[in-house]
Every structure is written in C-alpha cells, then in structure tokens.
Design a protein around this ligand. Structure first.
Ligand code: MN3
Length: 382
C-alpha cells in the first residue's frame, strides 16, 4: 500500500483525502496545515505520521504542547512544508494547500523524485512551465486532483497514441450564474460563500463566484495536458455531473461523469491506476433528469477573461494575475472591497505589473509579490 504525505490536511480536500486513506488502509507519513493546530493535532493522534507541519509559526508552540509525548516531529513554516515535500518516506505527496504558497513544496517534491497528487492549482498557474519541465526531467508523475482535470486525465486513459482535438472544461457557473454586473454591485463575502454544488474552502469558493476558479483551471489544464489555449473550451454545466470531456480527432467526445464529490478524483489520484470502491454515492442520472450546457458570460466575469488572456500571453502574466487575485480575495473576505472590485483589481494589475519570461522560481515569486503590492496600493488609494 502507498504511503502518503498530505499538505493542507485540515482543509476540505485534506479531510476528504484522509477518509479515502482510512478506507484503503494507506499509511500517512506526514501532515501539514496552515493554522488549525487543534485539528492537525487531532489528525496526528489518529493517523500517527512521522512529522507534522504548521505553516503559521505563531501556532508552533500550541501544536508542540498538543502533541507532547506522541513522538511526532513538529515542523513549521515554508521550511517545514519543503522538508515534508522532499522527505524520503512517502510514495506520493498530496499537495492541497491553498494559493501560490504551494509552488515551492511542489518543486521540492519533484526534485526529490516523488509523485504528486496535485490539488493546488495555483502551483501550475504561477509556475506551470517550471513544474512541468522539472517533472519531465525527473520522471515524476503529476496526478490531477481537481475534479475537471481528473476527468480529463481519466478520459485520456488508453488513448496515448491519439491526438486530442480539444478538451471541454465544464464549469458550474458558481452562485452568480445569470447575474449581470448591476446585480452584483452589492454582493458581500457571505453571499459569495454559498456555492450550489461543491463544499469547499473560502478562497476557492470566492474564485468560483468570480469564475476566476475556471480561469485558473484553464491555465492548469494547459500545463497538465500540454494544450494550446485555443484547444480548451469552457462550458457552463450547472449540475456538475459531467466533470469534463475530451474530443479526439474523429470528433468522438469522451466524458467522465459522477456525483459532485471530491473523494472520487482524490481516490483516483492516490490509487492510480486502480479503481476500487470509494466512500461516496453512486450517480443516478434519472434523479437529475436533465443536464444543461451553456456558454460562459465573459462580460460579467472579468476574472475569467483576464486569466485566459494571461495564459495566451504567457510568461509571468499568469503569476501576476494569480497574485493579484489572491490578494484581492483576501481583502474581499474581510469586507474591505466589493465583489466587482476583485475583477477590477485583477484587470488593473494585469495591465500595470511588468511581465517577462519565466526562468526561475525567484522570478515567479517576485512577479507574485509585485502584483500583491500593486493591489494593496490600489485598495489604500480607494
Ligand atoms: Mn475544479
């Protein structure tokens, strides 16, 4: 049985991954969380990893106290995440941290020759070219956990010699599907945090409301499956039953369906290529009755258009757009800016912050920081 290390273990993906791990008796070698020391300690006592890491250094002491006498190494900060990522004791690293902060641990894991189950989309958005090049050099497999990318990966099985014409990336449309900018003028964080199909963390739920999530996934798909932007079609599918599809040269379209439950893609990534019983529900198509498909609204949702433009330009532009979005969402969640301002700030940063080629992690980090600084300055001016 595979040994797993999980970055982001107390989040939505992490806790569901632990259900899968438990179901299949997999061994957990390490767990890492952002700041929830209590929950991390609880998980550590249950799954007995060799090491745990709390990203927030202010919580280290608390975690050490909670794990006294447990003989579990306590790590902290980015160094701790990287130490876990590059440690020899796991077979696969599940990276489900939120944001660009996941990029360096991903690169460290690849350096160490460890396969990755990747749920941290910002890793590929900000540093896609670096990650994919290094993974190829090191012969490391990156298994997508994002449900759409898992679906595409599943549709590619058995078709390695066949050329893809395009992929169909499905989008739920988020809680504000069908709304205009005028309708969204007074939206606050609490309204945007209600997602129709998926139960997720705050950052991704806001990204789903602005459709930035689909923009990030567009970029993620480009890197994972080596596609041109023109080969990716976004289709709004409100029921989240068809998780995405691949169109081959002969116009045959192969899609993957299932109930909207992340445990299915998580398990496929962790147990690949094995398919075995999953702790979820079966799909009843007749319960749904109707599945609908529509074009996305690029006029209302600035972030979606901006992300596609960013990867079409390439270089550091996606890292800038992602950094600006992370910063803007952070302020929106604190009710410091309005919903539509997220898109405005991301567009403004994409215009103002200088781009360039991606040659190193340091350059990606600098572009990310420049975008965040720009957004903070704009907010202060308002
Ligand atoms: Mn997704």
């Amino acid at each position: 049985m595979k040994k797993v290390a999980i970055l982001g273990s107390t989040g939505s993906i992490g806790t569901q991954a632990l259900e899968v791990v438990e179901k299949h008796g997999m061994q957990v070698t390490a767990l890492a969380a952002n700041s929830n020391a209590e929950k991390l300690a609880e998980q550590a006592k249950k799954y007995h990893p060799e090491a745990v890491c709390i990203f927030d250094p202010a919580k280290t002491e608390l975690l050490e106290t909670l794990l006294q006498g447990e003989h579990i190494e306590v790590l902290t900060g980015m160094d701790g995440l990287c130490e876990i990522a590059s440690n020899a004791s796991h077979d696969i690293l599940l990276n489900s941290v939120v944001g660009m902060v996941g990029l360096l641990p991903t690169l460290k894991s690849i350096e160490a020759g460890k396969d990755i189950a990747l749920a941290n989309k910002e890793t590929l958005v900000a540093g896609g070219s670096l990650v994919m090049r290094q993974a190829l050099e090191k012969g490391v497999n990156i298994y997508p956990v994002d449900s759409e990318h898992s679906a595409i990966f599943q549709c590619l099985q058995g078709n390695s010699v066949n050329r893809i014409r395009k992929i169909i990336l499905t989008a739920s449309g988020g809680p504000f599907f069908g709304k205009t900018k005028a309708d969204l003028q007074n939206v606050r964080a609490a309204d945007a945090l209600k997602h129709p199909n998926w139960n997720m963390g705050n950052k991704i739920t806001i990204d789903s409301a602005t459709l930035m999530n689909k923009g990030l996934e567009f970029i993620e798909a480009k890197w994972l499956f080596d596609l041109e932007p023109s080969q990716i079609e976004i289709v709004v599918h409100r029921q989240s039953v068809l998780h995405s599809a691949v169109e081959y040269e002969d116009y045959a379209v192969i899609g993957q369906m299932g109930v909207p439950d992340m445990k299915i893609p998580i398990q496929y990534a962790l147990l690949y290529p094995q398919r075995t019983e999953c702790p979820t529900k079966p799909l009843s198509l007749t319960d749904y009755g109707t599945l609908t498909f529509e074009k996305p609204d690029y006029e209302t949702f600035d972030c979606l258009r901006c992300a596609i433009d960013a990867i079409t330009e390439g270089g550091l532009r996606p890292a800038i757009v992602n950094g600006a979005n992370e910063e803007a969402v952070w302020h929106f969640l604190r009710d410091e800016i309005g919903f539509l301002e997220i898109g405005e700030l991301v567009l403004a940063a994409a215009e103002a912050v200088p781009g360039g080629e991606v040659r190193s992690y340091e350059e990606v980090l600098a572009a990310d920081q420049a975008a965040r600084t720009f957004v903070r300055e704009q907010i202060t001016k308002r």
